[in-house]
Design a protein around this ligand. Structure first.
Ligand SMILES: CC(=O)N[C@H]1[C@@H](OP(=O)(O)OP(=O)(O)OC[C@H]2O[C@@H](n3ccc(=O)[nH]c3=O)[C@H](O)[C@@H]2O)O[C@H](CO)[C@@H](O)[C@@H]1O[C@H](C)C(=O)N[C@@H](C)C(=O)N[C@H](CCC(=O)O)C(=O)O
Ligand SMILES: Nc1ncnc2c1ncn2[C@@H]1O[C@H](COP(=O)(O)OP(=O)(O)OP(=O)(O)O)[C@@H](O)[C@H]1O
Ligand SMILES: N[C@H](CCC[C@H](N)C(=O)O)C(=O)O
Ligand SMILES: [Mg+2]
Length: 486
């Protein structure tokens, strides 16, 4: 494709040089430029890509897309000036691949908690129902059956469009993807023709990045504002922010709820340790998912599946076959000591409350709740004391430990978590920085009927310390300990 063809439909401010040259590899990272490539300079969170234009040209870039023309232009290089390069990367990457999202049904899921669960269940439901499907999620990406490791919840626009292209080539009819607030804010989803959007809930997270809750809401809302009128917008009407998402949304509005009247109205009939009986729009079904929060996730999946045309009986049939998503309320039983360990990805105050409420319901009368939890480094520090406060309120024993410390001192993160605790709370709290030791201590303390929650890392198979990812898997640590316990 030539640069001129790539720019069809894009508003250009000015052009210098020949646009009838091949695009080559299209990249926003000078470090990946080689001879004949097109480099787009983007203002990032940390640096301005315009500072790397010379480097990109010295490495062979023949076309540079930018916001400000440099004072001195290099002979033989084509310069394209756009008013907003960040917002254009996705549009250009989509055009480069022949707009793959236009020929597939694409549904985005956003909200603080539940995105991975809903997107993954939708992928599995449509696979089970005989379709070719793509998935983009925190845990991993799928091009139908092919697994592609995920580095982000929502990949950068160039990688994202390349993945959508591969999905189209593989014959995928549907794509389910998580839309993180970072992705919406950074226009990673520009150029995607969405057929539907799902909103789960909004509670505190990521204020390190968004600074205020209003900015965080605005990022999620930006996704709903961008939907076309033929799309559907399906929101949780029991969440205060559900209707806020719909304020300027042209798509058809639909609601799911347990409390409020809704298009997809659910009712919890019975909660069991390994299943939940529910009713959705008059249909009874047995979920192999545990906890009230998963009933919301199931309603969202049922709603989106039927809005995409799946008969409701089929949606209910396949939904009842679904197993829990990797690292989300993953239950491990100790055969010898008869306690239960639950590994869960709860890494926000709200997720901790939900998962601990579920565990307390299951544990009633049978034993104690022991909670092992930390908080990630280089992420929202304000949530740390709140997480500890919520955790201690719903646990008999709290063990504060490390999550992914990243560049921070893990003991300092634990100290900040402790700020949320009173002296009384401290009497049932232990601080064990080494996560393996913290989990082992919980297993050692557990007695018959007790529940251990190991929260925060779910499916993760690493622990990131000072830029290095060391192998670490909560489930492995628990199972290894269970093998040797007496
Ligand atoms: C804070 C954040 O979100 N940063 C993302 C952002 O990078 P950035 O804006 O910091 O980039 P930058 O370093 O300022 O560089 C600006 C530009 O200069 C270019 N550059 C830079 C250096 C150089 O030598 N040459 C060069 O060309 C860069 O390629 C870039 O185009 O844009 C990049 C490309 O899309 C992302 O990879 C990067 O994600 C970082 C690695 C990250 O950790 N992000 C996390 C927080 C994130 O996005 N998480 C959400 C999930 C959150 C949730 O749980 O909901 C996700 O979707 O994964
Ligand atoms: N609908 C829900 N409401 C509240 N909490 C939930 C819900 N679904 C899941 N959770 C809790 O949040 C945790 C994370 O769930 P999930 O991975 O599906 O969310 P996510 O939105 O994809 O998170 P991330 O932003 O990290 O990608 C779960 O392990 C569980 O503790
Ligand atoms: N998507 C979330 C995941 C947090 C998981 C937790 N284990 C941590 O490392 O903080 C984030 O990047 O903030
Ligand atoms: Mg996720």
């Amino acid at each position: 494709m030539t640069v001129a063809e790539l720019l069809k439909g894009i508003q250009v401010v000015s052009t210098v040089g020949n646009t009838n040259i091949e695009v080559g590899n299209f990249t926003s990272d000078s470090r990946t430029v080689s001879d004949g490539d097109t480099f787009i300079a983007v203002k990032g969170v940390h640096v301005d890509g315009h500072a790397y234009i010379d480097k990109a040209i010295s490495q062979g870039a023949k076309c540079v897309i930018l916001e400000q023309m440099p004072n001195e232009l290099v002979q033989g290089v084509t310069y394209i000036q756009l008013s907003n390069t960040l917002a254009s990367v996705g549009l250009l990457a989509s055009a480069l691949h022949g707009d793959p999202s236009k020929t597939m049904k694409v549904v985005g899921v956003t909200g603080t908690n539940g995105k991975t669960t809903i997107a993954t269940l939708l992928y599995k439901v449509f696979k089970e129902s005989g379709h070719k499907v793509g998935l983009l999620s925190t845990v991993c990406n799928y091009i139908d059956d092919e697994v592609i490791p995920a580095t982000h919840t929502t990949p950068d626009p160039i990688e994202l469009q390349a993945l959508l292209y591969k999905m189209k080539q593989a014959g995928c009819e549907y794509v389910f993807m998580e839309v993180s607030s970072h992705a919406a804010d950074q226009c990673r989803i520009a150029g995607i023709d969405f057929d539907g959007a799902v909103f789960t809930n909004l509670t505190r997270d990521h204020l390190d990045y968004h600074k205020t809750v209003d900015n965080y809401i605005a990022a999620k809302k930006k996704f709903f504002d961008s939907l076309k009128s033929e799309a559907f917008a399906l929101v949780n009407d029991d969440d205060k922010k559900g209707r806020v998402m719909l304020q300027n949304c042209k798509a058809s509005h639909y609601f799911y709820a347990l409390k409020n009247p809704a298009d997809f109205k659910g009712k919890v009939l019975e909660l069991h340790p390994d299943s939940t009986e529910i009713e959705v729009n008059g249909l009874e079904l047995s979920l192999q998912l545990v906890g009230g929060f998963n009933v919301y996730n199931a309603l969202a999946v049922f709603g989106a599946a039927t809005l995409l045309g799946m008969p409701k009986e089929e949606a209910a049939r396949v939904l009842s076959m679904m197993r829990p998503v990797d690292g989300r309320f993953q239950v491990i039983h100790s055969a010898r000591k008869a306690y239960t360990a639950v590994v869960d990805y709860a890494h926000t105050p709200d997720a901790l409350v939900n998962v601990l409420t579920t565990i307390n319901n299951l544990c009633k009368g049978s034993g104690r709740v022991i909670c092992v939890v930390g908080a990630g480094g280089d992420r929202d520090a304000g949530k740390r004391p709140i997480m500890a406060k919520e955790a201690v309120a719903k646990s008999d024993i709290l063990i504060l430990t490390s999550d992914n410390p990243r560049s921070e001192d893990p003991n300092e993160i634990i100290r900040q978590m402790k700020e949320g605790l009173t002296e009384d709370d401290m009497s049932k709290t232990l601080c064990i920085t080494d996560r393996k030791e913290a989990i082992r201590t919980a297993c050692m303390m557990a007695q018959k009927g007790d529940f251990i929650l190991v929260a925060g890392k779910g499916h993760e198979t690493y622990q990131e310390v000072k830029g290095v990812k060391n192998h670490f898997d909560d489930r492995e640590v628990i199972k290894d300990f269970m093998k040797v316990e007496k």
